[in-house]
Design a protein around this ligand. Structure first.
Ligand code: DX5
Ligand code: ZN
Length: 219
């Protein structure tokens, strides 16, 4: 499988969202990543299902929705109805992750489970058979523009090994601080999907150059 680039619109120009998403499409981005934050699970508030609905009208690219919210089970249905293709939840503070993954799939979406930097890989080992995607956070969730935590590469590798042991091959996605300097470290550790906000939408040479600078490094 070729590396997947998921462009996080958290750093997009919202006055120009249609155009920015079109540029992502022309640049060959694979997925559009939508960061949903509730001000409780993370210290920031961002987008709700109406943004997913708006993106759905703009693009046919898969919408990769990352729910950084408490009680994600309360929201998965509304995101599925809004047009999410992938819904990723965090297990931290959510004792019912298995049930929520099953609900996500029953709604016709791919189900992902995410790990904060402080959560060990083993915390989700029992969930691997039920997840289509494992997201390893390479920063603490909450904001774009943070620095990649290099030690998370070891966790990516651990997740990969746990998946192999379980005979599963979910997508292994990394999120946070992904740029031309860090993407190879993540790929070499076993990641095959790469979320990027700043290095795509804030590239001084534009979105096309931002995507190219990542794409040319991965396979
Ligand atoms: C962080 C979000 C990320 C963020 C990545 O909480 O989950 O998806 O947008 O931003 P960059 O690529 O700037 O680190
Ligand atoms: Zn994210």
């Amino acid at each position: 499988m070729n590396g997947i680039i998921s462009a996080s619109i958290l750093s997009a120009d919202f006055l120009n969202l249609t155009n920015e998403i079109r540029l992502c499409e022309s640049a060959g981005v694979d997925w559009i990543h939508i960061d949903v934050m509730d001000g409780h699970f993370v210290p920031n508030l961002t987008m709700g299902p109406f943004i997913v609905e708006a993106c759905k009208k703009i693009t046919s690219l898969p919408l990769d929705c990352h729910l950084m919210v408490e009680k994600p089970e309360k929201f998965v249905e509304v995101f599925a109805k809004a047009g999410a293709s992938i819904i990723t939840i965090h297990p931290e503070g959510n004792p019912n992750s298995h049930r929520t993954l099953e609900v996500i799939k029953s709604l016709g979406c791919k189900a992902g489970i995410a790990l904060n930097p402080g959560t060990p890989a083993g915390a989700i080992s029992s969930l691997i058979p039920f997840a289509d995607l494992i997201l390893v956070m390479t920063v603490n969730p909450g904001f774009a523009g943070q620095k990649f935590i290099p030690q998370m590469a070891d966790k990516v590798n651990e997740v990969l090994r746990l998946c192999e042991l379980a005979g599963q091959s979910p997508v292994i996605e990394v999120d946070g601080g992904i740029n031309p300097e860090t993407i190879l470290c993540a790929q070499n550790s076993g990641a095959n999907a790469f979320v990027a906000a700043t290095s795509i939408f804030r590239n001084p040479d534009g979105i096309l150059a931002g995507v190219d600078s990542l794409r040319k490094l991965i396979h």
